[in-house]
Design a protein around this ligand. Structure first.
Ligand code: G1P
Ligand code: ZN
Length: 544
């Protein structure tokens, strides 16, 4: 086996976004495209030689080929050992867990998260660092800088290796360990949750659940955890077979895309509890019988009930949410007397807060919730957390949520996405809103008066780094908010996200339909941003 040095030329578009480098499969299939990016990771990481890396992906199309390429490149670049998930599978949270457990240098996750897969879908590469979390901006910037200069990459000339059998072998001088993707993760979950109590609930005969793995990576995890370990009925996990194209679906756990689950949960004979996770297993959606829990509420409810869960019973250090996430959790934090941090969108901003032990739980409105147990959001963890709460409280999802609103008030919340917008027009919309920043404060729109209009800027309280331009905020005097942001994960045109939040303390109004409760704010967003004019669209493409 010899090391081949391949001459190459830089691609100009290898800038990692909100969550790694995400592009259509066809872009990744261009000669040298994947190789350039992987070599840029190796070149920009000092001291990576001889170290351990974790490698796996969500099983989407191109996962298996990419694993082979990366293993051979790692061997040629002097990596000491690679831990790879059997079948090339590792969920994002499991990767984070394995990096931490093995004190690895970092990990490479092959996933475009919730974006569709298949030859015409998307592919992605994420690099995680030794704390198990996504590489922070200074690391991704260094990778990007390297990718603009790269002239050559190194790869071992070797036959493909067998990644479908658990075991260890050498590739050149590098050790490869093909591991069970589930075992470490399951052990971690058992250390946090009351599995006996959840098992009692699931085997009691009067509680049923449905878990939709959306033909993505959590299938094997969910079957092992819910059906084999916790005694849920066989068939509890639906769409549990990971497929390269996710069965043609869009593996994003929301009311629009998790169709199979939503149909079941809104039918007359619905199970008591429903949940779904995304392509790489870091997102979650929680449903009760004919009842949807917004991710922002879910974070608030987990925080308020954390004392019921063994792993969190000693109290929380603090909580964090991304700026566009509703402030429901802020109210809980206030009552608990703990700090609540507001970060820019993207999990990487939680890493420092978790490492510095400033927060225990964190979450985003985009169906992401997690804690200090790893450094990624974690779909199955959130689902187990809910099950643990239900197992203790023995109330339905709806009862738990409504009791929460009763105590804290309700933050009506919705996100409107406009996808595949002409990037120039999207940038113009942002500029147009920005141009009103000086005139907006004090302006009245019906019952709403603007208190603040700005571009969210975050100073990391741990390392002092500053992240500018993280979303446009229009905050009203009663705490209601409209936020405009451009997506950093889309691969086709621009996606404009409009986040709407309105606080309602009056329990008599908590039953209102969300879109109705937000209708004035929706109209104000249109007035301020002229969305129809700039996008040429009459309505959002996705509402969550
Ligand atoms: C989206 C979500 C964000 C999440 C990210 C990765 O990013 O909005 O909260 O962290 O996906 O899952 P966006 O496309 O908005 O940049
Ligand atoms: Zn994901």
């Amino acid at each position: 086996m010899s090391i081949q040095v391949v001459l190459t030329q830089p691609f100009t578009d290898q800038k990692p976004g909100t969550s790694g480098l995400r592009k259509p499969v066809r872009v990744f299939q261009q000669p040298n495209y994947l190789e350039n990016f992987i070599q840029s990771i190796f070149d920009s990481q000092e001291g990576i030689g001889g170290k351990t890396l974790v490698l796996g992906g969500d099983g989407r199309y191109y996962n298996r080929q990419a694993i082979q390429t990366i293993l051979k490149m790692a061997a040629a670049n002097g990596i000491g050992r690679v831990l790879v998930g059997c079948g090339g599978l590792l969920s994002t949270p499991a990767t984070s867990c394995i990096i931490r457990e093995n004190k690895a240098y970092g990990g490479i996750i092959l996933s475009a998260s919730h974006n569709p897969g298949g030859p015409d879908g998307d592919f992605g590469v994420k690099f995680n660092i030794s704390n198990g979390g996504p590489a922070p901006e200074k690391v991704t910037e260094a990778i990007y800088a390297r990718s603009r200069e790269i002239q050559r990459y190194q790869i071992l000339q070797a036959a493909d290796v067998n990644i479908d059998r658990i075991g260890s072998f050498k590739l050149g001088t590098m050790d490869v360990e093909v591991m069970d993707p589930v075992a470490s993760y399951l052990k971690l979950m058992e250390s946090l949750f009351d599995f006996d109590r959840i098992k009692d609930l699931l085997t009691s005969g009067n509680f049923s659940m449905c878990m939709d793995s959306m033909h993505a990576v959590t299938g094997p995890y969910a079957k092992r955890i819910f059906e084999e370990t916790l005694g849920a009925q066989p068939g509890t996990v639906i769409n549990g077979e990971p497929l390269e194209d996710f069965g043609g679906g869009h593996p994003d756990p929301n009311l629009v895309y998790a169709k199979a689950l939503v149909e079941k949960m809104f039918a007359d004979e619905a199970p008591d509890f429903g949940a779904a996770s995304d392509g790489d297993g870091d997102r979650n959606m929680i449903l009760g019988r004919k009842f949807f829990v917004t991710p922002s509420d879910s974070l608030a409810i987990l925080t308020a009930n954390a004392h019921l869960v063994p792993g969190y019973k000693d109290g929380l250090k603090g909580v964090a949410r991304s700026m566009p996430t509703s402030s429901a959790v802020d109210r809980v934090a206030q009552k608990l007397g703990i700090d609540c941090y507001e970060t820019p969108t993207g999990w990487k901003f939680f890493g420092n807060l978790l490492d510095a032990d400033k927060v225990t739980l964190c979450g985003e409105e985009s169906f992401g919730t997690g804690s200090n147990h790893i450094r990624e959001k974690d779909g199955l963890w959130a689902i187990l957390f809910w099950l643990n709460i239900i197992a203790v409280r023995r109330q339905s999802v709806e009862e738990i949520v409504k009791a929460h609103w009763q105590e804290y008030g309700r933050n009506f919340y919705s996100r409107h996405d406009y996808e595949e917008v002409d990037p120039t027009r999207a940038a113009e919309l942002v500029e147009y809103v920005r141009s009103q920043f000086s005139s907006l404060p004090g302006r009245q729109f019906g019952k709403y008066t603007v208190a603040l209009a700005d571009d969210f800027c975050y100073t990391d309280p741990v390392d002092g780094s500053v992240s500018k331009n993280q979303g446009l905020r229009i905050v009203f005097t009663d705490g209601s908010r409209i936020v405009f942001r451009l997506s950093g994960t889309g691969t086709k045109g621009a996606t404009i996200r409009v986040y709407l939040e309105s606080y309602e303390p009056d329990a008599n109004k908590h039953h209102l339909d969300t879109q109705l409760a937000l209708k004035h704010l929706i109209a104000i967003a249109e007035e301020i941003a002229q969305i129809k004019k700039f996008t040429g669209m009459d309505a959002p493409t996705v509402i969550t």
